[in-house]
Ligand binder design. Structure first.
Ligand SMILES: [Zn+2]
Length: 358
């Protein structure tokens, strides 16, 4: 790594860590509503959401389950700067056990972009917990996963350019199965905000052919690739929409992620929006622009823990918050002033919530 690059990252750590030093997770409990959803038990056909930390979730509606790619390994700054990084299976197992979530029937394991904090744990998670799932992601995600021989090619479903909704133009729904699909997914072209001071510290590049060796450097090998937001519809047997989710694993500026008119016409309000808290201050108009289009009934704020060195497996820990108390408060205020009638939830990692299904 170049000296310039190392210094930039140090600057990042220095800028962010002091804010974290005073930001402890009990502040989350100040948010009205969060406890209610975390304590709520399954009612009727409510949708069960388990937050796995970072941008990872398992979401279950009846017999259908999907997963958004979790990241448990979470190396600290020095590991990231000084050595190759790889998945920590013991940590993944400890977190999954603590979450107590069943994932063996997950049909889609979805990846929004290919940075290490979204893709590095996926091969281990897939093999150990979701072996029936197909991994849905970008062409770059596919090319990185090609170096993990434990994942058969037919379990990776790369998104084609022609399937992507962009600039408000419709793409193509991707169904979970050809006959009577119960889940369908639409990829929407999105973007990834800078990490600090307008600088992207982890590679923004793409892969156009299969990697032969597994990535080593967290900063340069786990390239971002194409970044997508996802609309996920859980469907009724007659094909109508039962529950719609909008998901992002990166904050994006206002010009990205526009919803096609026809999806809004078909179903005017998203039931659940999963927003990415980290990096929002580096994006213009986030999350207001997206939320004013999706008009969600519920908003979950994810990816709020610090990107470096957290460990969900440790009891009684004090999780570090990326934004500090002030930043988190500002973000929650922006959410609530955009969608006044939505319920907002800021979950603890590994918490399970039940979202009412209208
Ligand atoms: Zn990223």
């Amino acid at each position: 790594m170049s000296r310039k690059c190392s210094l930039a990252i140090l600057a990042w750590a220095v800028a962010v860590l002091p804010a974290c030093a005073t930001a402890r997770w009990p502040y989350l409990h100040e948010l009205e509503g969060t406890q209610k959803f975390m304590a709520r038990q399954a009612q009727g056909d409510s949708v069960q959401v388990t937050y796995l930390g970072a941008a990872g979730y398992v979401i279950r509606r009846g017999e259908d389950a999907i997963m958004f790619a979790p990241s448990f390994t979470n190396p600290g700054i020095w590991a990231l700067l000084t050595r190759p990084i790889q998945t920590d299976g013991r940590k993944v197992d400890a977190c999954m056990k603590k979450a107590g979530v069943q994932a063996g029937d997950v049909s889609w394991l979805m990846v929004g972009h290919s940075h290490y904090d979204h893709l590095m744990d996926v091969p281990y998670v897939w093999q150990s917990y979701t072996p029936r799932a197909r991994i849905l992601g970008s062409q770059t995600t596919r090319h990185i996963l090609a170096s993990f021989k434990e994942i058969p090619e037919d379990h990776v479903r790369p998104i084609e350019e022609s399937e992507v909704a962009k600039d408000g133009q419709m793409g193509k729904w991707i169904p979970d199965k050809k006959e009577s699909p119960s889940v369908r997914v639409l990829a929407i072209k999105s973007d990834h905000a800078a990490h600090v001071l307008g600088i992207h510290l982890i590679s923004r590049g793409k892969y156009t052919e299969a990697r032969k060796e597994q990535p080593r450097s967290g900063l340069s090998d786990w390239k971002e690739g194409e970044t997508y937001a996802y609309l996920v519809d859980f469907l009724n047997p007659d094909g109508s929409i039962d529950f719609r989710i909008h998901f992002q694993d990166a904050a994006s500026s206002a010009e990205w992620g526009r919803l096609p008119e026809e999806v809004k016409r078909e179903y005017p309000r998203v039931d659940l929006s999963i927003a990415c808290t980290g990096g929002y201050e580096q994006a213009r108009g986030y999350p207001e622009t997206i939320l004013s289009q999706t008009r969600p009934r519920h908003v979950i704020l994810g990816h709020w823990e610090h990107f470096l060195g957290n460990d969900c497996a440790v009891d009684e820990q004090e999780l570090l918050i990326t934004l500090g108390r002030g930043g988190l408060r500002k973000f929650t205020h922006q959410v609530m002033s955009t969608v006044q009638d939505a319920e907002m939830i800021l979950p603890m990692p590994l918490a399970t919530m039940y979202i009412p299904n209208p």
